[in-house]
Design a protein. Structure first.
Length: 365
């Protein structure tokens, strides 16, 4: 299992960008990227391509290595490697145990529900519930720079109340909005997010022709942006990688009877809260059935190894983690936690290099 690297990870990428726009931070930065930013291009464009980890770039680049050839760094996502945690770290500059958007779902004690943090829905019934109230601020709100700042991304993007978001719901729309801004006379810093190829890989699989087509559109958009603009530095990364799931398990009923609350977090990073006096039995039964596919990590060990950061908000963190977490390995199987009749073909959130290692690419024009 690969642990997150908080010296060479998304938190450090965020810190580098934060310092660049004058929102100073004490978090370690990426020195190689700082050198690129010293070139003082008129415009700097930062793009997150959801799910486009190093593993996925290599799969997609068999016929055209343009994107792959521009990788300058390979860095770590968070654990679990999932959009909720990773993009929150990128936009806030905070460790997971600081922002506490740890996974797609968390068990919220006051509501006694497993809640999807981004959608404010009950994970099992899908009914609307009270939203997760943890407050997170975007580092762009603290920017002190002569550059005009925009975010570019889907209509649901809500990183900042101070920065205008140029709505772009598709790959083509995003590149169009970026190009329009770059034609302005002012200097810019753009913070952009694209939900592809993650969305398509979830539905069709990471090696599907549909996912390849999305990647091809990304490469075409970048090439066009470079050929039609001048004095621009383009930086790209991903929040995590994604893998094809070989098999989904329906969680063992005997083990479910040992739980004090419903399962939560992610299909390849599952939180368990065990009934009093039953931890030993749970550990024995779990390892008998699933040790080939998952590493079972006790809460204390996860905190000791700093899976989530520097040890902040321990009371809340311990509640969210529960007594154990099960982390998916290279067998690439997952738990069908909510008994979906059609679970996703591609997924992430496990502890493998395919899911955790993401690229930082640099393009110039």
């Amino acid at each position: 299992m690969i642990k997150p690297d908080f010296q060479n990870g998304l938190i450090n990428l965020s810190a580098t960008l934060s310092n660049f726009v004058g929102a100073r931070t004490t978090v370690p930065t990426l020195k190689e990227l700082e050198e690129e930013l010293k070139k003082e291009k008129k415009d700097v464009v930062f793009i997150i391509f959801d799910g486009l980890g190093v593993y996925n770039v290599e799969n997609f680049s068999k016929k055209d290595s343009f994107y792959k050839n521009h990788i300058v760094l390979k860095i770590s996502s968070n654990l679990p490697p999932t959009t909720t945690s990773a993009t929150t770290t990128l936009m806030s500059g905070k460790y997971p145990d600081e922002h506490l958007f740890l996974a797609w779902t968390l068990y919220l004690k006051k509501q006694k529900r497993v809640v999807e943090l981004y959608t404010s829905k009950d994970y099992f019934s899908k009914e609307k519930v009270l939203p997760y109230t943890q407050k997170v601020n975007c580092f762009l709100d603290r920017a002190q720079t002569d550059r005009k700042i925009y975010t570019v991304g889907p209509s649901y993007l809500n990183y900042s109340n101070k920065i205008e978001n140029k709505v772009a719901n598709t790959i083509d729309e995003m590149f169009l909005k970026i190009d329009e801004i770059l034609k302005e006379k002012e200097k810019h810093f753009l913070y952009c997010y694209c939900s592809e190829p993650d969305y398509t890989m979830h539905e069709f699989g990471v090696k599907s022709k549909e996912a390849q087509e999305k990647f091809n559109s990304i490469v075409a958009g970048l090439k066009n942006l470079i050929s039609t603009n001048k004095d621009v530095l383009i930086l790209t990364t991903a929040d995590h990688g994604q893998v094809d799931i070989r098999k989904y398990f329906e969680f063992d009923k005997e083990l479910l009877l040992l739980q004090r609350r419903p399962l939560s977090m992610e299909p390849r990073f599952v939180s368990f809260k065990i009934k009093f006096g039953k931890k030993g039995k749970f550990k024995k039964l779990f390892n008998e059935k699933y040790v080939k596919y998952f590493d079972l990590i006790p809460q204390k060990e996860a905190i000791k190894q700093k899976f989530f950061g520097k040890g902040k908000n321990l009371r809340k963190l311990k509640n969210f983690i529960g007594d154990f977490i099960a982390v998916g390995n290279e067998e690439f199987v997952a738990f069908n936690i909510n008994n979906s009749p059609s679970p996703l073909k591609g997924h992430h959130s496990g502890g493998t290099k395919e899911e955790i290692i993401v690229p930082v690419c640099v393009f110039e024009c």
